[in-house]
Design a protein around this ligand. Structure first.
Ligand code: ADP
Length: 220
């Protein structure tokens, strides 16, 4: 059965990263073709993805037989075997796949894929290490870097911000950050506005430049 329709993705490499990505796509309603050379992994995911096949993705003929060229989006989740990753990306580029995402383990591997013309090169360990550094530092409960230097921080509100409408706290002017949303314990996330009054047991989302947002989250 061919599944290469509008909302479908092929995932090559079903290790820890690839299988978790494939299952999350499935949970969101995307059809997924999973490919791995390892028969045990293929068996383990059988029935959980739209289609799972055993194939060596470095072989152009094998990918052609799977109609990979009909997919608009392909993820290459081969991190450890750098040569298999490079060869696979090269085949996908020859087949003119419009959008290729590839995970890499280190900068050298990433540079080669970028030089080849892979659209999205992702560095999971490096990115997660940087993120966890900000969590280890203390005040943030979660931390999402939108781009280098600009973040969303999940934290408790500083005491001086509680009990008065946000619009009267002067926080944008004084601290250079915005409180985008807040959550009372047990309630849903709500967008914050000038009339929002926070209480100390709320959780807030602070948006702004990294240093300012982190500095603000550390205020008590
Ligand atoms: P992770 O850290 O996410 O587990 P790995 O790099 O260890 O990532 O896993 C990569 C997966 O890619 C493995 O399951 C491996 O069998 C698969 N793989 C490696 N080379 C090929 C290939 N040529 N064709 C298809 N799958 C491959």
């Amino acid at each position: 059965r061919r599944i290469a329709e509008a909302d479908s993705v092929a995932v090559i490499g079903l290790g820890r990263f690839g299988s978790s990505l494939a299952l999350e796509l499935m949970a969101g309603g995307t059809e997924v073709l999973g490919i791995d050379v390892d028969e045990d992994l293929v068996q383990a995911l059988n029935g959980q993805l739209t289609q799972v096949v055993r194939a060596d993705s470095t072989k152009e003929e094998a990918l052609r037989q799977l109609a990979i060229d009909e997919f608009d989006r392909v993820v290459v989740a081969i991190g450890d075997d750098i040569s298999a990753s490079i060869l696979t990306c090269s085949v996908l580029l020859s087949l003119k796949i419009p959008v290729i995402w590839a995970k890499v383990g280190d900068d050298r591997h990433g540079l080669i894929l970028e030089q080849l013309g892979v659209n999205h090169v992702i560095y999971p360990e490096k990115d997660m290490g940087r993120k966890v550094a900000h969590l280890v530092r203390g005040a943030a409960q979660d931390y999402v870097e939108i781009e280098r230097g600009y973040v969303i921080v999940k934290a408790s509100p500083p005491a001086r911000l509680c009990g008065i409408p946000l619009g009267t706290t002067g926080l944008r002017k004084e601290f250079g950050v915005t409180v985008a949303a807040y959550k009372h314990p047990g309630a849903e996330w709500t967008n914050a506005d000038a009339d929002t009054v926070l209480s100390p047991d709320d959780t807030i989302l602070i948006v702004g430049p990294t240093r300012k947002a982190e500095g603000f989250a550390q205020l008590r």
